[in-house]
Design a protein. Sequence first.
Lengths: 307, 159
Amino acid sequence: MKNIKDILSTYEVEPSAGCWDKLSHRLDMAAAQAPAEPSSAAAGTSAGKGSALLHSVGAKVAAAVAGAFITGGVVALAILLPKTADTPQNEPISTPVVQEVSDTLAETPALTAVAVENDNKPAATSQVEPTIPVAETPTNITSTVSSSENDNPAPAQKSATVTATPIQPAVTPRTIQPALSSNNTLSQMPLPNTSIYSQNIQDDPVLQKMPEDAIDWTPPTKVEIPNVFTPNGDGINDHFVIKGIENCEKRQLEVRNQSGNVVFRSSHYENEWNGDNCPDGTYRFQLIYSSHNISQTLTGTVTIIRK
Amino acid sequence: MYELFAPAMLGVCCRYAPTKEEAEDIMIEGFASVFSSLSSFRHESSLPVWIRGIMVKTAINTFRAHKKFLMHDEISEAQNMQTTSSTGGDILTKLEAQQVLALVQEMPEDWRIIFNLRIMEEYSFKEIAEELGRNENTIRVYFQRARAWLLNKINEQEQ
């Protein structure tokens, strides 16, 4: 017997063929009414899908959208997680679900820092950025790419006069799609279409300024964080184990309970937390980890169940 | 992004609408809102949770538009009803998602939306009353009835 909520939560169904067209049409209409940034390149989009709206709303959308695409493999799992991170009480918790939901929190802020320029977050997620500036070539996001190595907040100040251009990210997801079906983490996803990088370096004022190696990107640091563990002495998942943390130079973990009080803290986490003095329930964690000198923050929830 | 989330979001919308076509309409409208407010997304939650929230809100708005003139306040009847404590107990069943969904779609629209908000999105009765602009007791009564009806139907199907 399963809980009715869980049964319905997992229900998914493919939309019928006309849906995207209707949606695209609506977006185009909305874009036509919105006060547009000079969208002179509107005619030239290669993707064409919902592109008019993307143009008028500008890079902020493109950045966030691309962010969603890039992290697609990660996020696909998140849909199935119930909002309150419940786990059914009547099933043995032997295989915790890998929780990659929060990766989007870490990545998209860095992207929006490119365009929105409100945050002072350092451009930490190097794996995502190269796609954006290259796609929107005639703009001034040079500093974003090169600074991803240096971890300085310059991109936050760079004026994002990201005028609309053919938005390449709209195209890339078509190649990333196949990766979504399996239990993927970011590093298993196919790289974005890197042929963009090699074309027309001579004509491209932005690419010209970039040092040769700025375009290279190291595979992203991969950590896997369970969303539940069972410290009941059975030897299975008795600790909050973050896979991949061993490869990180910095690993600060902080866990708080629902009231916001810190229940666990470590400046160099070694997967030792066993939920001592913490009753069963859901807690929030924040993990700051770094690898290759690139620091990332993940937050999420973890549930302790001892039954 | 659409392709990534659409199946799951359509799944969400399906439980609010009586047919797949209407569910798709809600979903399309939801995505239109998503795309146009994407720039103001502040990451208080994760992206899929945010999108799902928008779908639910869109479904509620659609309901409100449909039901402007119906759904009477049944204050006196509510006072006569014993509001038992079993207002939100979990329903367990062997049925598959498709079957459960069919039952949910069979419900009258009022019941359906209250049922969804209560069980799936876990709104409190107070919150549901606020969203739908109705009296909280009315909501409780409707929910009781919906739940009882559903349990009955589930038992029938499980025979």
